[in-house]
Structure formats: C-alpha cells, structure tokens
Design a protein around this ligand. Sequence first.
Ligand SMILES: [Fe+2]
Length: 230
Amino acid sequence: MAQHFHRYGIVTVTELIREQTRREVRAEAERLLEKYAERRDLRLKTTGYTRRSMSVVPSETIAGNSELVTSIYADPELLAALGDIAGEKLHPCPKEDEEFLITRQEQRGDTHGWHWGDFSFALIWILKAPPIDVGGLLQCVPHTEWDKTAPRIHQYLVDNPIDTYYFATGDLYFLRTDTTLHRTIPLNQDATRIILNMTWAGARDLRRELQGDDRWWEDADVSAAAALGE
Ligand SMILES: [Fe+2]
C-alpha cells in the first residue's frame, strides 16, 4: 500500500475501518448536513478559476458537533496505519478550519474542480456515491505542485496522464493532497454524492506559511472566489 501511495498519490484503505463504523459515520454526516449544510457555488482564482459547486459542513462545525468524527481523527491505531503508508508521521492539521470537511454534491453540474490541498494528507470517506455513469468520479495527476500565483493546471493535464477512479458507497481512500492535482467529474444529472474529508499535516507543513485568501469552504466571500458567471 505504501508503494502504491507513493507512485499514484492515492491508495484505497477501506479495510482499515470496520463496516459498522463506516455506517455510523455516514449517518453522522447526514445528520450534520441536515442541520448545518451551506451551499457553495464559486470559482477559485488560486486554482486557475476551477469550479466549486456543492453543499458543505465546515470544519469547526463538525469538530464542535461530532464526537464520533473527532475521536476517529485522533485514533492512534488509525494514525499509525496511515503513517506507515505515508512513510512519515501524520500531525493534526494546524489550521482548525481545515481538519474536516463534509461535502454533498447534489445538482447536475456539481463538481469539486481541479485543485491541490494546503496540507499533505487526507482520508476521504465515500459515504454516498452515485452510479458510475452519473459522475462524481475522482481524477488525479500525482507528483505535481501547487503554485497559487501560477497554477498552470491545463499545462499539467497536457504533460501528464490523468488517473480516474470510481469509488462506491462505503469506500475510503488516502490521498497525498499537496502533490496530487485532483478533481471530481461533474455530475451529469441531479444525484447525491457525500464525502467526509479528514486532513493531516506532514512535518514540512508545520513550518510553512499559507498564502492566498482562498479558504472558500469556511467563507464563501474570500477574495480568491469569483462568481460562476464572471
Ligand atoms: Fe481535495
């Protein structure tokens, strides 16, 4: 799994979590969405104006309202297993607004457009996936780097192969988010796709200053956000 992770920037880790826990986390995410979901529809300058169209539950809302999610996030056994795959220690995300994110794509055209993460590692829980023909599939370009002032995403797509993955309801994957350009294929009809993202930092991330006012999941009015029609 470590070898696969380093080569592709991603590895399926469903087997690390019991099925019962995965079912409980899905119910928890649906409860939080029901209560706290906020819609986002924007394009982001720091990723070359790629689109974000989905509902979200922001990090601090999840942290403050889900003991289940925060206890899994701090679980030493899980952290050890993911650390073995990463080949390095996982550190709690130093930005409290980026530890967790629940997203729900729901409308035709919804997508999490091409982007990288600010921190090295994410565990993604696929809590509800539409059928493969509807969209929501993950696409990755590993071994790439995010320059927020010149993201050059189309150049990366021209220069590298794009790996496409279908994950079904209940699957989990571990992603190297800072060096894997990734997106979801837009939904081609109204359908529901729900994920939970847990983010950890590598040691290198703890020393770095974050640039760009682009934390769109936390605040829809960040300066890097543009309206869809602009
Ligand atoms: Fe991402």
